[in-house]
Design a protein around this ligand. Structure first.
Ligand code: GLY
Length: 315
């Protein structure tokens, strides 16, 4: 059995590329890295890699992580700059026994010394959006923050291996050095090949309060289906946050178990993409339903057309 699930419509082309690998007995690690690199390389996705929106100083600081579900090896980077593919750096770091989570200059220097491709990640389009926002913020009292759509992937290969990965340029207009959930084990991702894996997108500051990726894997380990595990973790924690913290940011999680069954839960409209040995690759729309359930429906052509227009609209 093989399978792959990923957050957001933006991951679909990567999932298609990973499907080819997985069908030919490629590894889950290669599937995760390949699919995430596709997103990092595409200039019109505003929250990941090249084209990602910068921090308040106009610098694209990126976070990424990779986890191997057989060995629990984890590699992660936070606040890395001018490197084309943070996911590949995170994956390489996962082989280090020590110093496997690098931040800021240490992460960038590690990547440069290891020979990873250097690239100015601030596209002219992202720079324009940033300049516009800086001007707006100077004029109004509105919160400058939005846009933190991480690509998160969980993959299962035909050798029973599982892996997970994330990549994000984080919160648009974030303060220098701000790090979200994406590189944090248990919050942005978690995978155990003997159970399954989960990954998150959304407001990192709130996701890390609940360690939801770990919670979903823990529930799956108790025999709960991926869908029920996602529903239980996401909706209970959304309620708990509202009760104890006063509000809950937008977040969504996807999960897959070792049998290739998957689940999704979200407290906001959310798209995701999935392919398995039994299911053709497809993009779905998810919304919170009643009584801690999730409404999942196939994406429509209208939705996709509007999305395509939106991401390429003149700034
Ligand atoms: N989920 C990505 C972030 O908050 O940075």
């Amino acid at each position: 059995m093989w399978g792959i699930i990923a957050t957001w419509r933006m991951a679909h082309d990567g999932v298609l590329a990973a499907k080819e690998l997985l069908e030919q007995e490629g590894t889950c690690g290669d599937a995760v890295e390949t699919s995430i690199k596709c997103v990092e390389d595409y200039p019109f996705y505003k929250s990941v890699g090249y084209g990602g929106l910068p921090n308040e100083r106009g610098i694209v600081e990126m976070d990424a992580a990779f986890m191997d579900g057989d060995t629990f090896k984890i590699g992660a980077v936070a606040g890395i700059v001018d490197i084309a593919n943070p996911i590949s750096v995170a994956r390489k770091l996962s082989n280090e026994k020590f110093n496997s989570f690098r931040v800021g200059q240490g992460a960038t220097e590690y990547a440069m010394l290891a020979g990873f491709e250097r690239k100015n990640m601030l596209t002219p389009r992202a720079k324009k959006i940033w300049k516009k926002r800086v001007a707006e913020v100077a004029k109004t009292n509105l919160s400058p923050y939005d846009g933190h759509d991480t690509v998160g992937v969980v993959s299962l290969d035909q050798h029973t291996g599982m892996a997970a990965g994330t990549s994000s340029s984080g919160l648009f207009m974030k303060k220098q050095g701000r790090v979200g959930d994406s590189p944090l084990s248990g919050s942005g991702f978690y995978v155990d090949s003997q159970i399954g894996g989960a990954t998150a997108t959304g407001l990192g500051e709130d996701l890390m309060k609940g360690c939801l990726a770990y919670e979903i894997v823990r529930l799956m380990g108790e025999g709960v289906t991926p869908q029920k595990a996602c529903d239980q973790a996401v909706y209970s924690f959304t309620d708990l946050l509202k009760e104890r913290y006063g509000k809950a940011g937008a977040f969504s999680l996807v999960a897959m178990n070792k049998a290739g069954e998957w689940g999704v839960a979200t407290n906001v409209e959310f798209t995701f993409t999935v392919a398995t040995e039994k299911e053709q690759p497809a993009i779905y729309l998810a919304n919170p339903g009643v009584d801690q359930t999730t409404i999942i429906e196939p994406i429509t052509k209208e939705w996709l057309d509007a999305y395509e227009k939106r991401i390429k609209a003149p700034v």
